[in-house]
Design a protein around this ligand. Structure first.
Ligand SMILES: [Mg+2]
Length: 436
């Protein structure tokens, strides 16, 4: 069947929650009991073999709000053909992000934006499955005009114009074939966050770091922010375990004030930190700038809760961050992620995507490749990885010696196993029904 012959006939949403708080997975200075969850969307077509799947990530309560919000967005997608979704994508995206009533709840932030992310991750997945290509391949092989037609520069065209974007894309496309071969052969480098959740004991962390070193990991991120003396001891332990040559980063998950950040980061400087992530309130663009001004030797990273492209524009143009941590489910899918990658390239700021959670590693493995092949000339190539919830994912991201292996299956990859979907649906799945 051709793209204009296949039509969306139904959209089903699921509230899926995994009880990760039982093992302290995901714990940090402010999130102490995460139940990693997904707002999961299935887009059915009249071709029974073609199903689009998208998700956004939450950490438990409130996942139901994202699920409900998608009900308001369904009319913009139902009954559309694959051809219409592909060729009118930006219009449909704007109808959702700029909905005349829902926008009061945002605009373009919070629950509504997370819901748009889930739906559009599903639309991209559907289109790529139609063409039987992995998402990264579909995107890098798109004609430049077709790609620019799908993404939104609204409110950021003062920082990057579509003609600047075009010249970045065209320049990179000259070298595409060897670059594709290279990424298929070598994968994409990543760091692990999974050895140093804040709720882990020293013994558990030591064991996990030993395992990680044996498996070829060279980049490690550790959570901090409960108590500075305790942080110091943990970092001393980790630095001793990984040695002086491996790369160490910390993540304070928003817990410090600007003044505390300056004081505490200074106390930790002997650990030679590659970056400090989210030291303070993630909305405080000027505060990040003050920390950087006070500590010129320190590099800051942020972005996992940076709610849209406009906020990233300010962080990037103000040089309040050194590493741009785009999030595949916080921003409203590739439609605004790719423009931010392009702006970061224009300003020569590296992208180091946020991952972990449910499905985020599966998504960012595609985004890393798109950025590398189509956009970035930056020498720093790195991405986050944490193997949380992989047991629930069909074909989870594969890691080899600290590198994401390049995904070759059709679509955008984040698919939850049918059995996990049934067992962990909230509140009626077997797990939640029988747990009190
Ligand atoms: Mg973080």
């Amino acid at each position: 069947m051709l793209a204009h012959q296949i039509r969306v006939v139904g959209i089903k949403t699921h509230d899926v929650r995994f009880p990760t708080s039982l093992d302290n997975v995901g714990t940090d200075a402010v999130h102490t009991d995460c139940d990693y969850s997904a707002t999961y969307v299935e887009i059915f077509t009249d071709n029974p073999r073609l199903l689009g799947i998208g998700l956004t990530f939450t950490i438990g309560k409130g996942n139901d709000l994202c699920v409900s919000c998608i009900d308001y967005l369904k009319p913009f997608v139902l009954n559309k053909t694959v051809y219409e979704l592909e060729n009118n994508m930006q219009d449909i995206w704007l109808q959702c992000t700029n909905h005349s009533q829902l926008r009061w709840l945002g605009p373009e932030k919070g629950v509504v934006h997370l819901a748009v992310a889930a739906l559009f991750n599903g639309i991209w997945d559907l289109i790529c499955k139609f063409y039987e290509k992995p998402l990264w391949k579909y995107v890098v092989e798109l004609n430049t005009d077709d790609l620019l037609d799908k993404i939104s520069f609204s409110y950021i065209d003062d920082a990057i114009s579509s003609s600047e974007a075009r010249s970045i894309l065209e320049q990179k496309k000259r070298n595409l074939v060897p670059a594709i071969n290279n990424v298929i052969q070598n994968g994409f480098p990543c760091y692990t966050t999974a050895v140093g959740w804040l709720g882990y004991s020293d013994e558990k962390m030591t064991k996990l770091i030993h395992n990680a070193l044996e498996n070829g990991w060279t980049h490690f991120k550790i959570k901090v922010g409960q108590d500075i003396n305790q942080d110091f001891k943990r970092l001393k332990l980790v630095r001793n375990l990984i040695g002086p040559k491996n790369v160490l980063m910390i993540d304070a998950n928003q817990v410090w004030s600007v003044n505390e950040s300056i004081c505490f980061i200074n106390k930790l400087k002997e650990f030679n930190l590659f970056f400090v992530e989210e030291p303070t309130n993630p909305d405080d663009i000027l505060g990040f700038g003050k920390i950087k001004a006070a500590l010129p030797h320190v590099k800051l990273a942020t972005g996992e809760v940076c709610h849209n492209r406009v906020m990233f524009k300010q962080f990037l143009e103000n040089r309040s961050l050194d590493f741009c941590q785009i999030d595949s489910c916080r921003m409203a899918s590739l439609n605004e992620i790719i423009p931010i990658m392009l702006l970061a390239e224009k300003l020569n700021i590296p992208i180091i995507p946020h991952a972990g959670g449910v499905g985020l590693c599966e998504y960012v493995q595609h985004l890393n490749i798109i950025n590398k092949l189509l956009i970035s000339n930056n020498k720093i190539e790195l991405s986050e990885y944490a193997e949380s919830c992989v047991e629930h994912i069909e074909n989870p991201a594969v890691i080899n010696r600290g590198h994401y292996c390049t995904p070759l299956n059709s679509g955008y990859s984040a698919i939850i196993k049918k059995k996990s979907l049934e067992d962990y649906s909230f509140p009626s799945g077997n797990y939640w029904k029988f747990s009190s």
